[in-house]
Design a binder for this molecule. Sequence first.
Ligand code: SF4
Length: 404
Amino acid sequence: MTFAGIRTRALDPAIERALADAVDTGSLDPAAANRLIEADIDTLPLLLEAACAVRDRRSGRTVTYSRKVFLPLTNLCRDQCAYCTFVRRPSDPQAWTMTPEEVLAVAEAGQRAGCREALFSLGDKPELRYASYRQWLARHGYARTIEYLRDMCELVLERTGLLPHANPGVMTEEDIALLRPVTASMGLMLESTSERLLERGGAHRGCPDKVPAVRLATIEAAGRLRVPFTTGILIGIGETAAERVDALYAIRSLQDRYGHIQEVIVQNFRRKPDIRMRDWPEPTLLDMLRTIAVARLILGTTTAVQAPPNLMPDGYDAYLLAGLDDWGGVSPVTRDYINPERAWPHLGELKRRTERMGFTLRERLAVYPSFLLRGDEFLDPRIRERVRGFVDPGGLVPIDEELW
Ligand code: SF4
């Protein structure tokens, strides 16, 4: 294996060896990862080059995205993350739980715009906190949000053909089993393995669903049930560099056991005026490049590495230098309700910037090609049947120039 970086000084031979091994074997030594996450000017070029070599082996020069609509089923939540602008209390005029009619209207707009994914993202179990919301659910015939979500996934699937991806927070194995027949995939950001963030003044103070072990248990349950799964880390919320690396290894370990993780998101914290962390420093582009590259080397070729383009609008194309191979869901119809001030790039702009870096942009479904091509175990038969009509033999959506 050869890869020659631009060097101004000799590198530590141990780091050089660890990078070469990571490219050769698809896994990175933890001691090296903890140093590389803070790579300096001498090490950074080689880190990026190694990450690109691993990415190229996994996906060549193809970068993917999913054309989606965003369905924020409810913005009530029992947690209170210090960086969240999505969440509302029931008394807030902007509190919103979508009715079935609203869900269907958005999904139909997405269908008209050529979308294929319906991303359901919502607050975590608000019924455990708010009596008024429990009453709303009861009036609609439900005891729990997850049951309402199941029926809304079914509604969208049946009436529009869009493939639901469900992201309702922490789930039990029974919850996941309930959603599996009506979804193409599910997701839960691990965010961090740092217990410190739950302490006073921490980003996850007052968030029972942000206990790392609880989130890891959900990801593991999805593995047992053979569900194509999305997870990731949120960087810059008070975790240390070592904790960031630890979270990536926790994900890799679950991937090695179950093989169900289809993508790992590296998401950067963004400061907003109306959050508790309004004065907190944001990760820089350099932080993102180092973290994406280390994520790529820890995860090897086992999964896609994704970062949201709308959260670094001036520099997201540089992510391709760090081993990224997916832009995530981009919507031509709905805004990013989690980061409403950050518009998604126009798909034509995303394509132009991707191609300028030497890559081809291709649309994928809410379930990645590798899960479509490796047998039936990862998808419910009904979902598999629908998906079949959407993709080419490589598992990606055929190119339709009219959509650009
Ligand atoms: S769990 Fe999600 S929706 Fe709830 S407060 Fe945290 S970030 Fe916001």
